[in-house]
Unconditional design. Structure first.
Length: 202
């Protein structure tokens, strides 16, 4: 019978890994706001960084040089100029997202990712599946926000490599498009599932 596997952000990495090994169990795959390699992500997120005002870039560089990632001035730039534009564009943030940030296990995050979005030193820094995703044959939905920390061009490229894939671009959305472009996000998600269920997905 199979089931639908959904992965958002780094969960999208897990979804890709599962699909590469066990796709015979899947009816459909949803990769939400995740590119096919960490190197691609780092390249793009640093493009976003270079769009910051010069003073904000200097603040980030100054505190990063000393490993002071929790300094109030540093966090003010991260939350006020990065996360508010590219993580979630709503103000205030939805309660579940606030709760996630509040209770996030920083030790696990640091082990896997590193100190933050720009400083990727963790265990998955070399993860790369660009050469493998062509073997994913199940119906696949690739969702990305126009203002995402993931490159829209990367997700579109994934859509050309995965044989049976569709790309959904949430024009108002960021990395959490399920919140800040909710209508488009869930409209495309439900349409994808309905079309797979009825055999109309092409």
């Amino acid at each position: 019978m199979g089931f639908y596997l959904y992965g958002h952000s780094w969960g999208g990495m897990l979804a890709i890994e599962y699909a590469l090994k066990y796709q015979s169990h899947l009816k459909g795959l949803i990769i939400s706001n995740m590119t096919a390699s960490i190197a691609s992500y780092v390249t793009y997120v640093n493009e976003l960084r270079r769009q910051l005002p010069a003073e904000s870039q200097r603040i980030l560089e100054r505190y990063e040089a000393n490993g002071e990632y929790t300094a109030s001035e540093y966090e003010k730039v991260m939350f006020g100029e990065i996360y508010s534009r590219h993580l979630c564009r709503l103000a205030p943030w939805p309660e579940p997202l606030v709760r996630m940030i509040r209770h996030m296990n920083q030790k696990v995050y640091n082990t896997m990712q590193g100190p933050n979005e720009f400083v990727v030193t963790g265990t998955f820094k070399n993860w790369d599946r660009w050469g493998d995703i062509k073997s994913i044959k199940v119906p696949t939905l690739l969702s990305v926000g126009r203002f995402d920390t993931m490159s829209v061009a990367d997700i579109e490229r994934m859509g050309t490599l995965i044989p049976n894939a569709r790309v959904s671009i949430c024009e108002k959305g960021s990395h959490c498009s399920m919140y800040d472009d909710q209508e488009r996000y869930f409209e495309d998600l439900t349409r994808f599932i309905k079309e797979v269920e009825t055999g109309k997905f092409v």
